[in-house]
Design a protein around this ligand. Structure first.
Ligand SMILES: Nc1ncnc2c1ncn2[C@@H]1O[C@H](COP(=O)(O)OP(=O)(O)OP(=O)(O)O)[C@@H](O)[C@H]1O
Ligand SMILES: [Mg+2]
Length: 387
């Protein structure tokens, strides 16, 4: 029986690798698309006409002009434009990096309900922030490694042993600095700590380490690892597994903001209730042992929301009445654009508008942007920037 399972696993892995090679030829590596001048102007926060004027005046990088006369910019060029604008403009800031003294914001995306939209939320938030010009580290803490897969890696094929977060938190001599396992992504400003099945090892090692009292306790290890590279980033986004294991508890202790994803249906909300009760029990034990559990904010994000569905709308109302401002004002709408993009291992920020009917794309991207902008505002408020 085990041979059958192992054989199926190996066959599937090979097939997936071939599918990926076909999808992203010829080097099977993802690259970020470029952005139309309208998109670029919106990302920078200036009018399209002003952006055109800048390029006519020879200021900043020159866009690529297609045969049809359409101007487009890469994200590197957009970041260059932000830096150019910062030199000339008074008051407004275009490069949004944090200032000395502002702490790096660490967002843990959690819930133990599988499929509640954690990875979708984490990936879109991390990419949104990178597109806005922040320096972002996305960390995959889920052995299923969907976040890693979304960023162009096949976890069991491309990520070797001791190349995940496990390497930086393990208890034995093979522990490595997290800087060794950070990879640059194809999105400027976004780095990744990939995951794969070896992350499970931490769940097995920790009871033994607790019994032996060996080294730093489990709940501080994620924080210590992330802290060692915090100077290089403005924001870190941690995609957690659908369970309250030791790694998730470590993520909860490392974070400055909690994002709890919730699909507004009865079974999901009941499961979230169990999650909250269990998390608070476990965290109070951790806190008594010296774990850090101070958060700048906690937000519930409603995911895969269908506002026309009466029971879902009622459930959102129920959550808002209970949790008030802790429920994000904007919800992540259910959209085939988001799930279709996911099928080709992409976020909606990667696929262009031309791949969908315009109304489907616009509706989905507006809802994603609105949720992410809300989180961005919370981050900036934590840095004392009023907006
Ligand atoms: N807003 C949305 N609209 C449509 N489909 C969505 C949306 N958000 C998530 N999905 C789809 O729902 C599925 C589950 O989402 P996701 O992987 O983000 O959940 P998760 O909480 O990370 O799951 P797990 O607990 O297994 O890690 C995916 O197939 C994803 O494409
Ligand atoms: Mg996930």
């Amino acid at each position: 029986m085990t041979e059958v399972i192992a054989g199926d696993g190996a066959a599937l892995s090979e097939e997936l690798q071939a599918m990926r090679a076909a999808l992203f030829p010829p080097v099977a590596q993802k690259v970020l698309r470029s952005f139309s001048s309208v998109e670029a102007a919106k990302l920078i926060g200036i009018a399209d006409a002003y952006l055109r004027q800048l390029s006519l005046n020879g200021k900043g990088p020159q866009p690529t002009i297609s045969a049809g006369g359409r101007r487009s910019y890469t994200l590197d060029q957009i970041n260059e434009l932000r830096a150019v604008l910062d030199q000339t403009s008074k008051g407004k800031e275009y490069v949004p990096h944090r200032k000395p003294g502002d702490h790096c914001q660490v967002m843990a995306v959690v819930n133990f309900k599988g499929g509640s939209g954690k990875t979708t939320t984490a990936a879109h938030l991390a990419q949104y922030l990178a597109l806005q010009g922040y320096r972002v580290l996305a960390v995959d803490l889920d052995p299923q490694a969907s976040l890693t897969a979304l960023h162009g890696y096949q976890p069991e094929y491309d990520i070797g042993s001791n190349e995940t977060m496990y390497a930086a938190v393990r208890y034995d001599d093979h522990r490595r600095p997290i800087s060794d396992v950070i990879r640059k992504s194809y999105i400027p400003g976004l780095d990744i700590v990939p995951g794969n099945l070896e992350l499970m090892e931490f769940e097995h090692d920790t009871p033994r380490a607790l019994a032996d009292h060996s080294g730093e306790p489990f709940f501080g290890r994620v924080a210590t690892a992330l802290g060692s590279v915090a100077d290089n980033y403005d924001v870190m986004v941690l995609d957690c597994p659908p369970q309250l294991g030791f790694l998730t508890l470590g993520a909860l202790c490392a974070s400055t903001g909690l994002l709890i994803t919730a699909h507004p249906q009865m079974l999901d909300v009941m499961s979230m209730c169990q999650f909250l009760l269990m998390a608070s029990d476990l965290l109070s034990v951790v806190q008594d042992s010296g774990g850090d559990l101070e958060y700048d904010f906690i937000r519930y994000i409603v995911t895969r929301y269908e506002p026309s569905d009466g029971p879902q709308a009622q459930m959102v109302g129920f959550m808002r009445s209970l949790f008030r401002e802790r429920v994000c004002t904007n919800a992540m709408l259910k959209s085939t654009a988001i799930s279709d993009a996911g099928l080709s291992k992409q976020t909606l920020y990667e696929v262009g508008r031309e791949n969908f009917s315009k109304s489907t794309y616009d509706r989905a991207i507006e809802s994603l942007d609105a949720v992410n902008a809300e989180i961005e505002t919370l981050i900036r408020q934590a840095w004392g920037r009023a907006e």
